[in-house]
Write a protein that binds this ligand. Structure first.
Ligand code: UDP
Ligand code: MG
Length: 320
């Protein structure tokens, strides 16, 4: 028996999942009730164009713990998750997909692990039920690459089933499609992270919202995250350093050319002169970039929080 006094928030982003959503809600209630876990279920409707919102509205009339956040349009999974996080009250936040591919039976185990003192528990779909060529292979490569670049080796960055402590979530700002990099962002905030094997099921209803093109976006996001992980708080270290090296090299080459000039040589048509000029200009620019970066970084950290989504309405049954 798991002992938790604190509320658990379960956050599920959904986009066109009208067939799965009712079954998923039933499964979640069954699991949470049988483990006597106190929870709220936050379903974020990410601008679905099918019947999803009607199904959710009807269910919310009957179910007290269900909170439906209805976004104005389709913002993507990351923004939908962020909306769920911002509207949650629990001390522990569990995320999973709305397509029944994640198994709610894994939730109690995740919570036990969080109570062992971790800030983030990541699911690992060790027997993944997705297509090999366009899913499992690119994902395997991506997981390796992300591990190498960020230093945080996880088997399965793409698994949505995760559990977070609230303190960690409230410090993380999500943009683009960065939800895949939540463990890296959590690590930037100093989180204690562990992964645990979870069940994975085939998609029975609806269709996957992503194609192979997401690989490219993951690579771009990886660059952003790498930069944030390494240099967010010290842009001057990168740009300033390269800038200074460049300026010094330019100075040395120019001095050499000036000496040659005084010795009577014609330096006007030497490629080296061009090189010194470019190094000098590039150096000054890089150095200024570094300074600007420092200013931007301060604004980034100190400016007020602006959400990346707009909520149309929040549906919740307030009758007892
Ligand atoms: N999703 C969303 N907004 C989107 C795309 C997806 O809220 O723009 C939700 C989707 O309904 C599902 C989860 O994000 O609950 C994961 O999407 P999907 O199952 O299509 O991804 P896959 O499992 O194929 O990687
Ligand atoms: Mg899925």
């Amino acid at each position: 028996m798991i002992k938790v006094n604190n509320l658990i928030s379960i956050v599920v982003p959904v986009y066109n999942e009208s067939e799965s959503i009712k079954l998923l809600i039933n499964e979640i209630f069954y699991v949470m009730d049988s483990h006597k876990l106190q929870f709220e279920l936050i379903i974020v409707n990410d601008g679905s164009v099918d019947n999803t919102i009607n199904v959710l509205e009807n269910l919310s009339k009957k179910i007290k713990q269900l909170i439906v956040i209805n976004l104005r349009k389709n913002y993507g999974q990351t923004a939908a998750l962020a909306a769920g996080f911002d509207n949650s009250n629990g001390e522990i936040i569990v995320t999973l997909d709305g397509d029944l591919q994640n198994d709610p039976n894994d939730i109690p185990n995740l919570i036990t692990k969080i109570n062992e003192g971790y800030d983030l528990i990541c699911g690992w779909r060790f027997e993944r039920k997705d297509k090999l060529i366009n899913r499992r292979i690119p994902s395997k490569i991506a997981n390796r690459l992300i591990g190498k670049v960020t230093g945080i080796f996880l088997h399965d960055y793409g698994c949505s089933l995760k559990a977070f402590k609230r303190e960690i979530i409230k410090d993380i700002k999500l943009y683009g499609e960065l939800h895949r990099f939540l463990p890296v962002l959590a690590n930037i905030e100093g989180a204690k992270i562990k992964e645990t094997k979870v069940n994975h099921r085939k998609r029975k209803y609806g269709y996957s919202k992503y194609g192979i093109d997401r690989t490219f976006r993951v690579l771009m996001d990886l660059l952003t995250v790498w930069f944030m992980n390494k240099f967010l708080t010290r842009p001057m270290y990168v740009f300033g350093f390269i800038g200074i090296i460049s300026i010094i090299s330019s100075f040395i080459i120019s001095s050499y050319l000036i000496v040659l000039k005084f010795l009577g040589e014609n330096i006007g048509n030497r490629p080296l002169l061009m090189f010194a000029l470019i190094l000098g200009i590039a150096g000054v620019q890089l150095f200024s970039f570094g300074l600007l970066g420092e200013l931007l970084m301060r604004t980034y950290h100190e400016s007020q929080n602006r959400p990346i989504y707009r909520v149309r309405n929040i549906i919740q049954n307030t009758n007892n």
